[in-house]
Design a protein around this ligand. Structure first.
Ligand code: LFR
Length: 498
């Protein structure tokens, strides 16, 4: 038949969802239904911050059940994508050793600099092509080796979060390529684990599995799970299991060359290239080269993103204020523009105890007046993010020597229309916002490519473009943004991270 239904699990740092996609391949049309949504709440125990991995697995099962209850009896495959860099370690018995750490755990504080000193910054960048972020898996493994060496000694298998959840579902252990590329242990040129680097750091390379290409079928639901949920077995596909890889699959670009912003807890801004860009300039600007599906490379930079607002909201919720995201944006709207800026990517914002105070502190440190009300703080965040987008957008153009007509934004962040508008005004180009379910759609279409319903990435993007709305934002108040940008740059130049 022309119809195919598949199931995507898309796990973000703050929430996860199960989405059924239905493809009408003759009409060239995709529809989606969210069948399950759940929050993802990290758990702090003592000094450590963990993911609640068994709860997440429980929610995957709930998603499968919901799919059945809603009458989808013809699911042809399922796949998982999630945030990157984090992992679980399995014992020889196949059991999980401990709870996976959250990448914002402070165990990696100060580890990166030591590794850079021992390996050399140039060498590490030339080998892996990855941006230096203190939570990359390489630094987490070194932190564990220093703090809890027994854990590494007992480990037989290293599995990234989607690999691990997929293993729970299928009983099969595989490492998926796009996610493996975020560990900073994969060689950017050979696409294999860099044994020399592993040896130099004394890390147990034997726990790493050779990555499989995205779009590979890697098992099916175990008989146990089928019995528990009373469902027929469903094939499982390793899609671009890094959520950003999947989000960029879903960019509805018509041109070969395009700039994207994947907007969620993180903002990932950059472009797709044929090969890693390992130039001196890319290294100096700390751009990353992450593996994409079907041989693509993502040249991009992490920007702190909506985490800044999520954390402010969490603090205010604790104080009993309970203001919704939509209301926070409304409070920001009437605030006088361009009064205060932060560099969203300063280390001090990675995981502070109290985000609103941290933002005020940054403003004081940089001799600015500081935002006081919720509206002022959110305004400061949104304007600063838009300015930082311009900064990275321009550097992306400089690195590729290309000029982009506008910026595609995908992901949940496009619901923040004020941010989309600010972004268009800041970059002085059009912003094309949509689709909102970027990662889940990228996950779905790669399943359909694997199943043979869609020919390739190009056709997938065309299908997405036809099936989901894209909203255009045009620049406004350019002179004001231009003048303020110079002040933003000056303030941001004191940052710990450029
Ligand atoms: C976005 C993302 C980023 C990665 C960060 C941490 O959700 O996957 O690409 O740098 O989370 O894993």
């Amino acid at each position: 038949s022309n119809f195919s239904s598949v199931l995507a699990f898309d796990l973000g740092a703050s929430s996860g969802r199960a989405i059924v996609g239905r493809l009408d391949s003759e009409a060239g049309w995709i529809t989606i239904e969210e069948v399950h949504r759940f929050s993802n709440d990290p758990v702090k125990v003592g000094d450590r911050l963990h993911w609640d991995i068994l709860r997440l697995f429980h929610e995957l099962k709930q998603g499968i059940l919901q799919t059945k209850h809603l009458g989808y009896t013809d699911i042809e495959s399922l796949a998982i994508d999630s945030w990157a860099v984090d992992f679980g370690l399995l014992a020889a018995s196949g059991e999980l050793l401990g709870n996976p750490y959250h990448y914002r755990d402070h165990q990696t504080d100060n580890v990166m600099d030591k590794v850079i000193t021992s390996i050399g910054r140039e060498k590490l960048y030339a080998t892996t092509g990855l941006q230096f972020l203190q939570f990359n898996s390489i630094f987490q493994l070194v932190a564990i080796q220093q703090r809890n060496p027994e854990l590494l000694k007992r480990a037989e298998t290293f599995l990234m979060i989607p690999d691990l959840l997929r293993y729970f579902l299928t009983g099969e252990k595989h490492s998926e390529f796009t996610n493996a590329s975020t560990t900073q242990l994969l060689n950017a040129t050979t696409k294999a684990w860099d044994t020399e680097l592993l040896e130099q750091l004394g890390l147990p390379g034997e726990i790493l599995l050779q990555p499989v290409a995205s779009g590979t079928r890697v098992g099916a639901l175990t008989p146990d799970i089928c019995e528990e949920l009373d469902v027929a077995s469903i094939p499982v596909i390793a899609v671009g299991e890094h959520d950003t890889a999947s989000a960029v699959v879903a960019v509805p670009a018509l041109d070969e060359d395009f700039a994207f912003l994947s907007c969620g807890t993180w903002s990932l801004l950059g472009t797709e290239t044929d090969a890693p860009v390992l130039s001196e300039q890319a290294q100096a600007w700390n751009f990353t080269n992450e593996g994409g599906v079907y041989g693509t490379n993502r040249l991009l930079k992490n920007i702190m993103g909506l985490w800044l607002i999520q954390e402010c909201k969490r603090t205010w919720d604790k104080e009993g204020k309970n203001i919704s995201f939509a209301e926070l944006v409304k409070l920001a709207e009437p605030v006088k523009p361009f009064q205060f800026f932060i560099d969203p990517d300063d280390d001090m914002f990675l995981n502070p105890a109290h985000m609103p105070k941290q933002i005020q502190q940054y403003c004081r440190d940089t001799n600015q007046i500081f935002p006081e009300t919720e509206g002022e703080i959110v305004r400061c965040i949104l304007e600063s993010l838009a300015m930082k987008y311009r900064y990275i957008f321009e550097r992306t153009e400089q690195l590729t020597g290309k000029s982009y007509q506008g910026l595609h934004i995908v992901g949940g962040g496009i619901q923040n229309e004020l941010l989309c508008q600010f972004t268009a005004s800041a970059i002085q180009r059009e912003v094309w916002a949509g689709p909102v379910e970027g990662s889940a759609l990228g996950n779905l279409v790669v399943q359909w490519i694997a199943l043979g319903y869609i020919a390739d990435l190009r056709e997938a993007r065309k299908l997405i473009r036809n099936s989901f709305p894209v909203k255009t934002y045009t620049p406004q108040g350019s002179a004001g943004w231009q003048e303020a940008y110079a002040r933003f740059e000056q303030v941001a130049s004191r940052s710990t991270v450029k």
